[in-house]
Design a protein around this ligand. Structure first.
Ligand code: AR6
Length: 179
């Protein structure tokens, strides 16, 4: 685990469904009704009541996010964020990904949540290049944390060793030295 920005940012390698944080973020699709990847893992771990609540939300466009309860998860809430599908970079993917992170942070702040954990949104099935996505994620978090008290802690939860390496390299550039 590595810490940055006076301890307000953490990089870890874990299964996000095991984290005891106030909210985990789901890399959802526009239906908000589940899917593969981390979305499938979160729905399996949260149990069927999560899908019941998601059915009431009316979906979300790319760049939007919606908050639900966490049900059987150790996390109290799930923030369902819809990232962009990578189409080569000319379809506003960067701005849409940035918005997905920012809206998630806004929801967490509005609910006065202390801690939020993000997966690497859009970098799996949606095909967004990992390093480019990681830079957007970290820069959006830095700007948010510098201007806002909540959430107090942002966790970037990577799933593979390679992803963690990329996050550590980008974090050193965006946040400066660990600590
Ligand atoms: N914990 C943490 N990270 C995980 C986990 C886990 N349990 N499982 C996968 N990842 P993806 P996307 C990582 O494909 O690219 C779904 O079908 C994974 O290694 O889950 O935004 C949705 O319904 C990768 O780094 O999400 C959408 O249709 C990251 O999570 C679509 O996939 C994101 O990969 C969204 O695609």
């Amino acid at each position: 685990m590595a810490r940055f920005l006076g301890g307000r940012v953490e990089l870890i390698r874990a299964d996000i469904t095991t984290l005891e944080v106030d909210a985990i973020v789901n890399a959802a699709n526009s239906s908000l009704l589940g899917g593969g990847g981390v979305d499938g893992a979160i729905h399996r771990a949260a149990g069927p009541r999560l899908l019941e609540e998601c059915r009431t939300l009316g979906g979300a466009r790319p760049g939007e996010a919606k908050l639900t309860a966490g049900y059987d998860l150790p996390a109290r809430h799930v923030i369902h964020a819809v990232g962009p599908v990578w189409r080569g970079g000319g379809a506003d993917e960067d701005a849409t990904l940035e918005r997905a992170y920012r809206r998630s942070l806004e929801l967490a702040a509005r609910a006065s949540l202390d801690s939020i954990a993000f997966p690497s949104i859009s970098t799996g099935i949606y095909g967004f290049p990992l390093e480019r996505a990681t830079r957007i994620a970290h820069e959006t978090a830095r700007a948010w944390l510098e201007a806002n008290e909540y959430p107090r802690l942002v966790v970037f939860c990577t799933f593979s060793e390679r992803d963690l390496d990329v996050h550590e390299a980008v974090a050193a550039e965006v946040f400066g030295p660990p600590g």
